[in-house]
Design a protein around this ligand. Structure first.
Ligand SMILES: *Cc1c(COP(=O)(O)O)cnc(C)c1O
Ligand code: SF4
Length: 351
């Protein structure tokens, strides 16, 4: 029998379960239906390049997922809105193009343990979470077998052992999916274990979550992120200046406030940001928020997303225009990742 006081405590807890963090609620309320997404932005699917059947065909290949705070930053009634184009499924995703594959970076072969990608000597990617808060149509990991890579305790122990044995590794990058789609409790516990590996210096987080759901940067996140001995680096992912609103600005200020070093990476996307004006504006805005541009990724040839690809020569031309327009420190490095290279490869200048 349960003593009375405990029983009533138990009851009290049941009546008032701890409320989930706001970002979790907002993520649950994200739009997962392409037709609903059209309605939200005031578009009639029949008037799009991609009518309803096309939306569904793309959606079948890679599920629609868009949080409402991101939708609020879209221009209503504009089928070419640069934020909408990043998340709205298209019939073109079903087309096959030569050279566009499911694993363009051949990551499957650099996957020594489930959940770990070790391609560059001093740093590893830990794919903690199998999901994201937004499904970007151009994502080069849209076909990645996340289910096989979501980490249980045993897999995590094996990874820690691997990291402990390779003293060349000084930086762990939490990647994904989106690592911040994981609970703070889990993140704090993983980071605590990483802290105990003496040769690790830095913890880097590659995330788009604060961009699409700024409420993710809450006190629980700031708590574990501001503790411990590892230097913290966050690489956020913004492709277009319209993605920046005041709530994102506030989130970035909070991260800066606890000493996180902030960078941004973008993917060069046809129809979204393949314009030197737009990229220059993005760099300027980032700088005003004390975020430095890091990489501009030349498009990876992932199956289902060929319509976003830009010719390398066009990418190089655009990059040269950026160089002429911006101070060097505001020009993100134009890079591509090739399988079997020890680092990303700069594409910036052709002689
Ligand atoms: C991009 C990437 C990294 C990080 O590379 P940096 O140049 O340090 O940003 C590490 N591992 C893999 C597999 C990557 O794709
Ligand atoms: S947030 Fe990043 S990993 Fe997730 S779908 Fe978008 S690009 Fe891919």
């Amino acid at each position: 029998m349960i003593p009375k006081t405990q029983a009533s405590n138990h009851l009290a807890l049941a009546e008032n379960p701890p409320s989930p963090p706001l970002w979790v609620t907002e993520l649950r309320q994200a739009i997962r239906d392409p037709l609903e997404l059209c309605r939200e932005v005031g578009l009639d699917p029949q008037t799009l390049d991609t009518p309803a059947e096309g939306l569904q065909a793309g959606h079948q290949l890679f599920q629609t997922l868009v949080p409402r705070p991101f939708i609020q930053r879209m221009q209503k009634g504009d089928p070419k809105d640069p934020l909408l184009l990043q998340v709205l499924p298209q019939s073109r995703e079903t087309q096959h193009w030569p050279g566009f594959t499911q694993d363009p970076l051949e990551e499957a072969s650099a996957n020594p343990l489930p959940g770990l990608i070790h391609k560059y000597s001093s740093r590893v990617l830990l794919t903690l979470a199998g999901s994201c808060a937004v499904n970007c149509r151009y994502c080069f990991r849209r076909h990645f077998p996340y289910a096989e890579n979501s980490l249980g305790q045993e897999a995590l122990d094996r990874i820690l052992d691997y990291l402990n044995r390779d003293s060349r590794i000084n930086e762990v990058i939490l990647s994904g999916g989106d690592p911040l789609a994981t609970s703070d409790k889990r993140l704090a516990s993983v980071v605590k274990k990483l802290e105990s590996i003496p040769h690790l210096k830095r913890l880097r987080i590659h995330t788009r979550l604060p961009v699409v759901l700024p409420s993710r940067v809450d006190t629980r996140l700031l708590d574990w992120l501001s503790s411990g001995r590892l230097d913290k680096v966050m690489v956020i992912h913004i492709n277009h200046p319209n993605e920046i609103d005041t709530s994102l600005e506030a989130a970035l200020a909070d991260l800066r406030g606890i000493g996180v070093t902030l960078f941004n990476q973008s993917v060069l996307l046809r129809g979204v940001n393949d314009d030197p004006e737009i990229l220059a504006e993005l760099s300027e805005k980032l700088f005003s928020l004390k975020v430095l541009p890091y990489y501009l990724h030349a498009f990876d040839p992932v199956e289902g997303a060929a319509h976003f690809a830009l010719e390398d020569t066009a990418a190089q031309q655009l990059y040269q225009q950026l160089l002429a327009r911006l101070p060097g420190y505001l020009v993100p490095r134009l890079v591509r990742e090739f399988p079997d290279r020890p680092s990303k490869t700069p594409l910036g200048w052709s002689f």
